[in-house]
Design a protein around this ligand. Structure first.
Ligand SMILES: [Fe+2]
Ligand SMILES: [Fe+2]
Length: 133
């Protein structure tokens, strides 16, 4: 359970560091930042969602069998699907051979939008299972 709460807390640090990396104009720094984003997407987010769906949601539903919690878990699972779609879209941008400067700006905005969506999602989860965080 701690794993999930800690991941939520580091989101604002990710946003800060992506902002710093993307503020650089060097193509190499931009490239490295893009790789870091990609690593974040493929490892952290996918693993985090899978962990919640495999361990946290079932435990939560077992402890709170009511319809209210079940509906909110369904909503959160639907958000996972949407966020993973958004992550795939970002992955496509990152897969481009050359990250041209204008595309880098586009990537920066898309990545920050995604991180802000993740933040909103995490705070909804924190409200749903505060005792597990
Ligand atoms: Fe989640
Ligand atoms: Fe989460």
């Amino acid at each position: 359970m701690e794993k999930s709460g800690a991941d939520h807390e580091v989101l604002s640090l990710y946003i800060e560091s992506f902002n710093r990396m993307f503020a650089q104009s060097s193509p190499q720094v931009m490239r490295d930042a893009a790789e870091a984003v990609k690593l974040f997407l493929t490892r952290k987010v996918v693993d985090h969602f899978a962990y919640e769906e495999r361990h946290i949601f079932p435990a939560l539903l077992q402890a709170n069998p009511g319809e209210g919690v079940r509906n909110r878990v369904s909503e959160i699972q639907a958000e996972h699907k949407l966020l993973l779609k958004e992550a795939k879209r970002l992955d496509k941008i990152l897969a481009q051979e050359e990250l041209a400067y204008d595309r880098a700006g586009f990537l920066r905005k898309a990545m920050l939008d995604f991180l802000h969506h993740l933040e909103k999602h995490a705070s909804r989860e924190n409200a749903l299972f505060p005792s597990l965080m």
